[in-house]
Design a protein around this ligand. Structure first.
Ligand code: FES
Length: 81
């Protein structure tokens, strides 16, 4: 089994979907794998994280991010390089 140093959890629950997680999800995993070592990142879709009002929610490398937008992805990835 491959070892991944960074885990990217993306909530794909109903409320996060309503708040645009699909747009984030379509960009973030690709950008993360492009920017970081591809084999280091594992993307996991999760069910509701019980913080629906703050969605879209993402957990990357053990840090929680709320209200994630595609515009924030660059800064988020830079932080985890
Ligand atoms: S649907 Fe994403 S936190 Fe509830």
């Amino acid at each position: 089994m491959a070892k991944h140093n960074k885990l990217l959890f993306v909530c794909v629950g109903k409320d996060c979907k309503k708040k645009g997680v699909k747009k984030v999800f379509s960009q973030l995993p690709k950008d993360a794998k492009k920017r970081l070592n591809k084999s280091d990142v594992r993307v996991v879709e999760t069910k509701c994280l019980d913080l629906c009002k703050r969605g879209p929610n993402v957990i990357f490398d053990n840090e929680f991010y709320s209200k994630v937008t595609t515009e924030q992805i660059e800064a988020l990835l830079k932080k985890h390089e």
